[in-house]
Design a protein around this ligand. Structure first.
Ligand SMILES: [Zn+2]
Ligand SMILES: [Zn+2]
Length: 336
């Protein structure tokens, strides 16, 4: 006989908690047992006694926090099931960044899927989102407004390459978050046929190495800051967004600042940040992907963790799926 979903998973100040299995998913405070969906800072934190995640996510956490990021780190392959006190935990791809997983929790006749952060479009750096039928689907809602419709990634990368062609004397500085976006931009450039060295900020080096170690080919990369102070005219430099605004960026030849983010859909935001070449590239589902996923899964209930919860909850209710905003605190999704 099935129990109430809240008996299998419930929001606590630390994060989503599974009482029968005694573990948290993406807890924002140190706990005994944590299942981690992916390596972004608002989901993966250090200091848990046990951290269970994909191998890639654990490698990313080791790079970000040091080897001792958890008392014990337990890797789980996609599709592999870990059983604890009658509760089954399975990780399946979320299509968000390397190593990202949805957590499928099964117990007492119920299936709850916690998607973490996800997107539905193809990404050369990680396996695609896998739809798992469930009683409760737990979703993020970062871009849950109809105004958020991300264009095809080839279009956005095309804009960058066209600008490089048009302004061969200038350096193109591409701001991209260090985990996921930077590597995706690099892979998309390679797919578009760009085979010159791509210059990278030092802060990206170790994460790039994790991607390479997990089989994601980034092509020829070179450090953006050389001893002889080359100004890299005509080249593409990829750096964390903070570095673009910094004096670090002044060394380059008449730089054009680009920024790869879902927020670049909001023109005022791009202008405010002084971005000359906004690239709408997001690792989060847009409005169509969010609503399409709910329509495809038709879960018994939709729980919404963070973001624009009201709009998605309304859409779900209108489409016959009872929705519940959880308003979890501590997930800010800067890394979009
Ligand atoms: Zn994320
Ligand atoms: Zn997030």
């Amino acid at each position: 006989m099935a129990i109430r979903p809240e008996a299998l998973l419930c929001p606590r100040p630390e994060g989503l908690y599974c009482p029968p299995g005694d573990f948290f998913i993406d807890p924002v405070r140190p706990v005994e047992r944590a299942v981690i969906t992916h390596g972004h800072g608002d989901h993966a934190r250090s200091g848990h006694a046990l951290a269970l995640a994909t191998h890639a996510t654990l490698d990313i956490m080791a790079v970000r926090y040091g080897e001792g990021f958890a008392g014990r780190a337990q890797p789980l392959r996609y599709g592999e099931t870990h059983v604890r006190d009658g509760v089954e935990v399975t990780l399946v791809p979320a299509g968000h960044v390397l190593g990202s997983a949805q957590v499928v929790v099964r117990g007492h006749g119920l299936t709850i899927v916690v998607s973490g952060d996800y997107k539905r479009r193809r990404d050369p750096t990680c396996p695609p989102f896998q739809a798992v039928p469930c009683d409760v689907f737990v979703t993020e809602a970062t871009f849950a407004l109809p105004v958020f419709r991300h264009p095809p990634d080839t279009e956005e990368i095309g804009k960058l390459l066209k600008s490089v062609e048009q302004f061969p004397q200038r350096t193109h500085l591409v701001g991209a978050y260090a985990l996921g976006k930077a590597q995706r931009v690099i892979c998309l450039l390679r797919e578009a046929g760009y085979d010159k060295p791509i210059y990278i900020h030092g802060a990206l080096e170790r994460l790039n190495a994790v991607y390479e170690a997990h089989g994601v080919k980034l092509g020829p990369l070179a450090p953006a800051t050389s001893e002889d102070g080359e100004d890299l005219a005509g080249e593409i430099v990829v750096a964390p967004p903070s570095a673009i605004a910094d004096r670090w960026s002044r060394r380059f030849a008449d730089p054009i600042s680009a920024f790869a983010s879902g927020w670049m859909r909001v023109r005022a935001r791009a202008r405010q940040q002084g971005v000359e070449l906004p690239l709408v590239l997001s690792d989060h589902a847009d409005w169509d992907e969010l609503t399409g996923t709910v329509a495809e899964l038709k879960p018994g209930e939709l729980w919404i963790t963070h973001g624009r919860e009201e709009a998605l909850a309304r859409w779900a209710e209108l489409n016959g799926v009872p929705a519940r905003p959880l308003s979890l605190v501590g997930y800010d999704d800067e890394d979009v």
